[in-house]
Design a protein around this ligand. Sequence first.
Ligand SMILES: [Zn+2]
Length: 61
Amino acid sequence: MSVDPVCGMEVKEDGTPSVEHHGKTYYFCCEGCKTAFSNDPEKYLNKSNDVSHGHHAGHHH
Ligand SMILES: [Zn+2]
């Protein structure tokens, strides 16, 4: 089992939509989550850092 980084659901690694990002494969419950992740992977991978704060103190790139 893997955890869908978009919605937090546990997903099987067999036959589910997946995306490779920085050499690691991520699995998703549905195409919608896969698309959301593909559009902005860092947003989901760095979730814990930045969701609750509205600041724009740092530059992303
Ligand atoms: Zn999902």
